[in-house]
Design a protein around this ligand. Structure first.
Ligand SMILES: [Fe+2]
Ligand SMILES: [Fe+2]
Length: 474
């Protein structure tokens, strides 16, 4: 069967004139659609959704908006415009021309980096597959599906690289990306955060704010890669990723705003009273935040890492915005980590800068996370409340790196296991919290209507009004 790929897969990689790549993707596409039907959003495949579709890499008009049934979404393949004479930007080979093909000595490492990134994309779609049923509005339902189809496109982006540059083993890896499944006992997704189901919308907003933002930093690190097709692919993915974080940022902000409204109405901030009134009390939001932030921090890897050092030395994966750093080689420079001293305190340890790349990227991520908190806290400030949302310390509840399984309080002060256990319910979501948040999750599918636990957004999508019919049920 002939498919017209120029037509069906929008792309700027000359798919139409590359027969062998076309054949490989022809083989993979039905498997992708099978996966979408089996593990993508449940039950909404017949609905028409007002979706954005990437159609080019022109910054002025890179996407169109229209009603689409999700299985008919045109998952395209786009690489950001080629930079003329781009050079290796960091590491031992700085200044040499970048690579248009995969160097033999870095083949398996690059493949692993691409597969690890690629694995997270369909994983998040699987994690979120049941959320549609409890959407707080049509606006939110549409945003969920927008995120889902674009994560699907990000999978295509990685599969394109595997098919185009890694031959037979690349094709096998592409198949396995559809065979591992989030939470599967035998074949789970590679990274543990991506095996946790996301069954309520507060978690979804936290995920898109904190976990998609980890994705942003991973993509920015890979966008620095000397393997040019990987760099260009990731650069374009970042364009879409921005909206995913917007969904989380404004989603959390709207939950807080609604809670403040009810705090004003009731004249108090008692969690029991607020829950009776059907909104999420601030301490519960803070506990969710503590949970998702700390789990996203683990995704950056160990704070001292020889893998990170060799990725940096070899120019495979770098630091986001490398251009902003003074030293692009970091051959003799060092970085001071703060490690647990095993006696309830902290001790400094100097390590080579290259080994600290994960920590450097994690610090940049934390600074980026703080921006949303400032926005959310402005709602509280403007309403005249003294409470503030805070990011816990990067030492808190870690399972990766030097602070893994070292109990600390949210301020990062080491505490005994007994104290952690005794205060855990103050710091992290309890069974009760989750049961309560779940009890709020009831789908609101009437045009312009909003669930009672969340404020409406300030504006709609693509200049449409908030009460636009973002999803039409057929
Ligand atoms: Fe993605
Ligand atoms: Fe994303």
């Amino acid at each position: 069967m002939e498919s017209n790929y120029q037509d069906r897969i929008p792309n700027n990689v000359s798919l139409g004139s590359n027969r062998s790549l076309q054949r490989a993707l022809e083989h993979w596409q039905p498997e992708f659609l099978n996966w979408w039907h089996g593990l993508g959003p449940s039950d909404f495949n017949a609905s028409s959704v007002y979706l954005r579709t990437a159609i080019s890499v022109d910054t002025k008009g890179w996407a169109t908006f229209d009603y689409v049934k999700m299985p008919d979404y045109r998952w395209g393949i786009f690489l950001a415009q080629e930079e003329t004479e781009r050079r290796v930007g960091f590491g031992d080979h700085v200044g040499q021309p970048v690579w248009q093909q995969v160097p033999g000595e870095h083949r398996s490492t690059l493949r692993r980096l691409i597969v690890t990134q690629g694995d997270t994309e369909p994983a998040s779609v699987e994690q979120q597959r049941l959320l549609g049923h409890t959407a707080p509005s049509l606006y939110d339902l549409r945003n969920l599906f927008q995120v889902n189809v674009e994560e699907g496109r990000h999978l295509w982006a990685m599969v394109y690289l595997l098919h185009a540059y890694f031959g037979r083993d690349g094709r096998e890896e592409a198949e396995e990306l559809l065979e591992r499944h989030s939470g599967d006992a035998d074949k789970p997704r590679i990274l543990s955060t991506f095996n946790e189901p996301i069954s309520d919308w507060l978690s979804f907003y936290m995920f898109t704010y904190f976990t998609d933002r980890d994705g942003k930093f991973q993509l920015k690190s890979l966008a620095e890669s000397s393997f040019d097709p990987l760099s260009r692919t990731c650069k374009f993915m970042l364009t879409e990723e921005a909206h995913h974080m917007f969904v989380g940022d404004t989603g959390i902000g709207r939950v807080i705003k609604r809670t403040i409204e009810v705090m004003k109405e009731l004249g108090n901030d008692d969690p029991i009273a607020l829950r009776k009134a059907g909104v999420v009390d601030l301490p519960t939001i803070q506990r969710y935040l503590n949970f998702w932030f700390s789990s996203a921090l683990d995704l950056f890897g160990g704070d001292s890492s020889s893998n990170a050092a060799s990725y940096f030395a070899n120019g495979l994966k770098g630091r986001p915005d490398e251009i902003k750093y003074e030293d692009h080689v970091e051959a003799d420079s060092s970085f001071t980590l703060e490690l647990p001293d095993g006696k309830g305190g902290v001790r400094p340890e100097k390590i080579p800068m290259r080994n600290a790349v994960n920590e450097v990227v994690r610090e940049a991520y934390v600074r980026d996370c703080e921006k949303g908190l400032a926005r959310w806290n402005r709602h509280l400030e403007e309403a005249g409340y003294p409470q503030r949302m805070t990011l816990p310390s990067t030492r808190f509840r870690r399972t990766v790196g030097s602070w893994a399984n070292v109990p600390t309080n949210p301020e990062g002060k080491p505490v005994s296991h007994e104290e952690f256990a005794a205060r855990r319910d103050e710091w992290l979501p309890t069974g009760d919290d989750r049961t309560y948040v779940h009890s709020l999750m009831k789908g609101v599918f009437e045009r312009g209507k909003m669930a009672g636990w969340i404020a409406p957004p300030e504006r709609g999508i693509n200049t449409q009004p908030v009460d636009f019919e973002y999803v039409r049920f057929n």
